[in-house]
Design a protein around this ligand. Structure first.
Ligand SMILES: Cc1cc2nc3c(=O)[nH]c(=O)nc-3n(C[C@H](O)[C@H](O)[C@H](O)COP(=O)(O)O)c2cc1C
Length: 317
């Protein structure tokens, strides 16, 4: 196992530790790529030691600017974004951002590229750094012109991508799946067959909004990704379907607003969860969610938070 070796087992006698894709986490709560910066931005708001770890903003080999504004919009029960993969580039991340984080923080890098070779090169580069506990492949960004979602929507391209990255790294490898597909379980099966250690789902749902007075799309990019509570039932459905289809562990993402939502993902089969859009609304929420999950486990008579995974009962009737 790599990553943090456990940490607190407390929260009133409940063992909060989980293992996800070969990474030991002190609790199942991660923060989602693109919603938690490079970690240090959130240090004034929450103890980084109170969460299991975080997935850094998706990286490219070179620094990259995002789309021009407007690139964010509020929607009913959600948020639309077309930031694109704006990031400092892999070298600045490894040289400047990573060293600024506390030693005990579990950091997953998120890899992005326009072709499998670029993803693989990035994965190889971050794997050289001892602080990287795992690599999440972003095969699902819904609003970049090339890369991302193309891979996440085509099983043949996805297989090629996972194979290339798998060959480039021995670190825990997680594939972040796109919800913008007909059969998510098929995509997860492809990842498992190509040697991924886990899958994360879901990325944002491709969406758009219109300004009627201006008769224009709200976002300069026209298309964006919908996130927040609006997508949670979709994400839950997909996690449940993937859990029936594969044996590799799942990280549940999408519209989590509190511990109860996080528990829903675990009951549907997730070993860990990621908090995304909520970080913008309440930058300290993720730490409280970890405690809330442990409290739920105690109330329900579980001794270990890990035992919540897949503990959904059959429907009545
Ligand atoms: C502003 C913003 C930027 C994001 N950037 C990334 C990114 O760089 N890489 C990635 O894999 N996902 C990115 N995401 C998707 C989130 O990680 C997450 O999968 C999605 O928002 C669903 O979770 P949520 O509803 O809890 O936000 C981004 C989401 C938002 C809102």
């Amino acid at each position: 196992m790599s990553g943090a070796e456990g940490g607190s087992t407390a929260a009133e006698g409940i063992d909060q530790r989980v293992e996800f894709a070969g990474i030991a986490l002190r609790n199942p709560v991660l923060t989602a790529s693109g919603t938690f910066g490079y970690g240090t931005e959130f240090a004034p708001f929450l103890d980084l030691g109170s969460i299991g770890g975080f997935v850094a903003k998706s990286l490219t080999l070179e620094p990259r600017f995002g789309n021009p504004p407007p690139r964010i919009a509020e929607t009913p029960a959600g948020m639309l974004n077309a930031i694109s993969i704006e990031n400092v580039g892999v070298e600045a991340f490894l040289d400047e951002k990573l060293p600024a984080l506390p030693e005990a923080t579990v950091v997953l890098a998120s890899a992005f590229g326009t072709d499998p070779g670029a993803y693989a090169e990035l994965a190889a580069r971050v794997s050289e750094h001892p602080r990287i506990a795992g690599i999440e492949i972003n095969a699902s960004c819904p609003h970049v012109k090339s890369g991302g979602i193309e891979f996440g929507q085509d099983p043949v391209l996805l297989a090629e991508l996972v194979r290339a990255v798998r060959a480039a790294t021995a670190r825990p490898l997680i594939v972040k799946l796109s919800p913008n597909v007909t059969r998510i379980a098929d995509m997860a099966r492809v990842c498992e067959a190509e040697g991924a250690d886990g899958v994360s789902l879901i990325n944002a749902v491709q969406a758009m909004e219109v300004d009627v007075e201006r008769r224009r799309p709200v976002l300069s990019n026209v298309l964006g990704g919908l996130s927040g509570p609006a997508i949670r039932p979709i994400a839950l459905r997909m996690v449940w379907q993937v859990a029936q289809a594969v044996g590799i562990p799942i990280c549940g993402v999408g519209g989590i607003t509190g511990a109860e939502d996080a528990v829903k993902f675990m009951l549907c089969g997730a070993s860990a969860i990621q908090v995304g859009t909520l970080n913008y609304l309440d930058p300290s929420a993720a730490g409280r969610i970890a405690t809330g999950i442990a409290e739920y486990a105690r109330r329900q008579g579980f001794e270990r938070v890990a035992d919540l995974t897949g503990a959904l009962e059959a429907p009545r009737g």
